[in-house]
Design a binder for this molecule. Structure first.
Ligand code: IPM
Ligand code: MN
Length: 372
């Protein structure tokens, strides 16, 4: 398959973790005979510094003309820590999501058996965690009218949702549940918010056309507690933009590190793949950032194009790095391995899986396909 992929490393550790995804995709390209063309472009703080805007027009154009986008991370304290700043790196990512109509952000959360010891949480409770968050990504409070009146010191953010915006992601979540454990949990705040009440009405009505799927509703405050107390009760979590942002970071604690979780942001015409973590500026260029979330995001890109064997091979290489303890220090404090070494190890271990591939505890997930 020939794919043109826009590569937006972004800020902080973004470029170095994305460099590891590229190594892995090169290895997939060689092993399976594909042709991937990568084109880099600026976004975020670096784009502000060099071009005066967090999303330069040539970056947007490149993304629109590519088959997919690999994204690193965004954010720099000199901009986002400063309430007087008029321009933020994050605006680049938010505008890109909107322009490409990436309305669904898919964030799988799995506990890897080899890493379970690293989690600060009760091992028995988190052991069977295998959930996926469907986060609405192009609406809600992130995009509603905003105002800041420095005279009165009153600021406003508006949360608004239309039936269509709710309905399109709801269908994706229910379709995903069909291939999983057939349960959707709608997370909202319908005891307080009108938008949540609309979500409930729309989702309940759509649920009728998926009779095989069980629909459950939970308030966000309770969902946050349930996710830590009993995460294996969840299969597909469907939620709005901001609740999904918060819950998915919380989900990373289950997996053992925020450096492990990938995501796919999809619309009807475009798709972008990004780790859920931020830019972690303190770790920039220190060769300590965990590249696994970015590498698994490249795996989700492969799955998106139905390159499932390739995605399985990538995940198998990641699992091998876990079982051989070739991990960065966020996973094991005593580890001497850096971003580059872990990336090289995973890329070098991407190979065609034969039929005798050992379905042991570590690899068992591969039997039902990879990341999602
Ligand atoms: C994420 C990030 C972004 C978000 C930020 C960087 C704007 O936290 O992708 O989860 O809030 O969506
Ligand atoms: Mn986030």
């Amino acid at each position: 398959m020939r794919l043109e992929i826009a590569v937006l490393g972004g800020d902080g550790i973004g470029p170095e973790v994305v460099a590891q995804s590229l190594k892995c995709l090169r290895s997939v390209e060689e092993t399976f005979g594909h042709s991937f063309k990568f084109k880099k472009a600026l976004i975020g703080a670096e784009a502000i510094d060099k071009k005066g805007t967090p999303l330069p027009e040539d970056t947007l154009k490149l993304c629109k003309n590519s088959d997919a986008i690999l994204f690193g991370a965004i954010g720099m304290p000199k901009y986002d820590g400063n309430p007087d700043s008029k321009i933020w790196p994050e605006q680049g990512l938010l505008r890109l999501r909107k322009e490409l109509d990436l309305f669904a952000n898919i964030r799988p959360v799995k506990v890897f058996p080899a890493l379970i010891k690293q989690s600060p949480l009760n091992k028995k409770l988190i052991k069977h965690t295998d959930l996926v968050i469907y986060r609405e990504l192009s609406g809600g409070i992130y995009y509603g009218n905003k105002s800041m009146d420095s005279g009165t010191n009153i600021a406003t953010d508006t949360c608004s949702y239309s039936e269509d915006e709710i309905s399109r992601i709801t269908h994706l979540a229910f379709k995903a549940a069909k291939n999983r454990r057939k349960k959707v949990t709608l997370v909202d705040k319908a005891n307080v918010l009108e938008t949540s009440r609309l979500w409930r009405r729309v989702v309940r009505s759509i649920a009728k056309s998926y009779p095989e799927i069980e629909l459950e509703t939970l308030f966000i405050d309770n969902a946050a507690v349930q996710m830590i107390l009993n995460p294996s009760q969840f299969d597909v979590i469907l939620t709005d933009n901001m609740f999904g942002d918060i819950l998915s970071d919380q989900g990373s604690v289950l997996a053992g590190s925020i450096g492990l979780l990938p995501s796919a942001s999809v619309g009807t015409e475009h798709a972008m793949f990004e780790p859920i973590h931020g830019s972690y500026p303190d770790a920039k260029d220190k060769n300590i950032a965990n590249p696994v979330a970015a590498i698994l995001s490249a795996g989700m890109l492969l799955q998106h194009f139905k390159l499932n064997e390739e995605a399985d091979a990538l995940v198998a290489a990641v699992l091998k790095s876990f079982s051989k303890k070739i991990v960065t220090p966020d996973i094991m404090g005593s580890s001497k391995y850096g971003t580059n070494y872990v990336g090289d190890f995973i890329a070098d271990n991407i190979m065609e899986l034969d039929d005798n591939f050992n379905m042991n505890d570590e690899n068992i997930d591969l039997g039902k396909s990879t990341i999602i």
